[in-house]
Design a protein around this ligand. Structure first.
Ligand SMILES: [Zn+2]
Length: 85
């Protein structure tokens, strides 16, 4: 892969990795995302992958925590309805 091809792929990844234009910084040829705290122009491929893996893991943990919260709410609602009976 040539450097030019790598830069095309980096730009596509920067623009299409799921964060909105407001979170991206692209002045003067920069390719950064404030949300991911990644520099798509300079960070190594390994660093970008590691950060994406970390973000995916954090999202999974958050989803589990939210699901547990819903379960707690459902359980407390059931307890409340049992009290009223
Ligand atoms: Zn991002």
């Amino acid at each position: 892969m040539t450097n030019e091809q790598e830069m095309i792929l980096r730009e596509l990844l920067w623009l299409r990795h799921g964060h909105s234009i407001g979170e991206l910084y692209g002045d003067d040829g920069e390719m950064q995302c404030h949300n991911c705290m990644l520099d798509f122009k300079r960070d190594s491929v390994e660093r970008i992958k590691e950060r994406f893996d970390q973000i995916a893991f954090d999202r999974m943990c958050q989803a589990i925590l939210e699901q547990k919260g819903e379960l707690c709410l459902n359980n407390s609602n059931q307890l409340d309805s049992q009290k009223q009976v």
